[in-house]
Design a protein around this ligand. Structure first.
Ligand code: SF4
Length: 417
């Protein structure tokens, strides 16, 4: 595509090319606002238009690539060097103008900017940083900025990115080093890990400095995140859960995003022909929540997977799968059990557990009290004791799984997603 092509044509290409990246959530950043006439934009969600990509992912940010030219040849990527796609490119100033114009029309709450690698990693990173710099310094833009950073670029450039962006991210891409080597031959697992460690260091140092001096500069206040592609290589769910846990622990990531591999036009022969069911991505997000909010260890989440294949069941959620595998931990007495055991009960979310704990301070809970807090009392009954309910040897029944699994119609909806 020629440099003269209209902005709109290029926007069509570069927004479409960016949709394969799942990591666009804008949660958890510092509050900045232009209320009072200072600057432009706000990270708080007042009057924001949300839009969704055809596959249902949130794109309330202007989510684009600076360019889909790339000198790398990652097999799973539509923008790889050997791909036969129409190419386009924005200048940093064009991205700035687009962002401001979308922002002023209230279409977006900020910018999610990524890029193929053009000329060199450093050159590309410089351009990404330049977009953020112009927005922040020349326009006093206070909206949200998420910059994808390039692990092969100079650490100094990554450090500059963090000074302007709310969130920075580096895609780990594949769950295993062997998968990365095979499918992204130009990338290096140690380089990705080194860049993530560098960003973590900057984030921690900036936080420490701000505790001492309020005027110390912020560094990526919404932290760093990453994305893993699911189903492009042979990694099992247990492998993916293990990798995510290592990433959270080692690099203090805010989020790991899981993206079901999408077959791309002109796909390389080393890739699977079919995408994995989207339900697999959903189960991985659920397992991620178990580790982050429900107190499950990595090994416990992995125990919910099939011991031979390492795959999480698709017909039931990982919390229910764990409860069925460890029936001896149940039933849980809802009137006496500690919070951590209440969180293990299938069908009870964090909010329901908090409500139960508050309610049981004043009265003895009966099954009806619990039914008001869950969508499926049938799923929960075999696993709990209340003042008026105790399951009778239910946990020993061979057909327990069938009794508590969601109805087949609901399962089919999930598989179709
Ligand atoms: S570096 Fe790899 S994943 Fe990124 S745009 Fe280039 S080919 Fe695609």
């Amino acid at each position: 595509m020629s440099a003269q092509s209209s902005i709109l044509d290029r926007l069509g290409i570069l927004a479409d090319a960016a949709k394969y990246d799942a990591s666009c959530a804008s949660s958890g950043t510092a509050k900045k606002s232009s209320v009072g006439g200072k600057g432009i934009g706000s990270t708080e969600g007042m009057g924001i238009c949300h839009a969704y990509a055809p596959d249902g992912r949130c794109i309330s940010l202007l989510k684009i690539l600076l360019t889909n030219h790339c000198i790398f040849d990652c097999h799973y990527c539509i923008n790889r060097k050997s791909s036969n796609v129409v190419r386009a490119r924005f200048t940093p100033q064009e991205v700035v103008d687009l962002t401001l114009s979308f922002y002023r029309r209230n279409y977006i709450e900020g910018l999610f900017l990524s890029s193929g690698i053009v000329k060199s990693s450093n050159h590309t990173m410089e351009q990404l940083v330049e977009v953020a710099r112009i927005l922040r310094e020349e326009h006093d833009f206070r909206g949200y900025i998420h910059l994808k950073t390039i692990p092969e670029a100079d650490p100094e450039l990554l450090a500059q990115a963090g000074l302007y962006a709310d969130r920075v991210s580096i895609n780990v891409e594949l769950p295993t080093d062997a998968g990365l080597k095979r499918l992204a031959p130009d990338k290096s697992a140690p380089q990705i890990a080194g860049a993530m460690a560098g960003l973590k260091r900057e984030i921690v140092e900036a936080k420490d400095a701000r505790k001492r001096f309020r005027s110390a500069p912020q560094f990526a206040p919404a932290g760093q995140s990453t994305q893993m592609i699911v189903g492009a290589d042979a990694a099992s769910d247990a492998d993916i859960v293990g990798k995510a846990s290592t990433l959270y622990g080692k690099f203090g990531l805010r989020r790991v995003y899981y993206s079901a591999f999408s077959p791309i036009p002109d796909a390389s022969a080393v890739l699977p022909l079919k995408r994995p069911p989207l339900i697999r991505e959903h189960r991985l997000y659920q397992s991620d929540w178990l580790m982050r909010f429900y107190g499950y260890t990595t090994a416990e989440v992995q125990q919910a997977a099939d011991p031979v294949s390492g795959m999480l069941p698709v017909d039931i959620d990982p919390k229910l799968a764990w409860a069925l595998a460890f029936r001896d931990r149940f039933p849980v007495d809802l009137n006496r059990a500690p919070r951590e055991m209440l969180l293990r009960v299938p069908g009870l979310g964090v909010r329901a557990v908090n409500a139960l704990i508050a309610a049981r301070r004043h009265r003895t809970l009966r099954l009806d009290d619990v039914a008001r807090l869950t969508v499926s009392i049938a799923k929960l009954r075999p696993f709990v004791v209340t003042a008026d309910w105790r399951p009778t040897l239910l946990a020993d029944r061979a057909d327990l799984r069938t009794m508590v699994a969601p109805p087949r119609s609901e399962q089919l909806e999930l598989f179709a997603a």
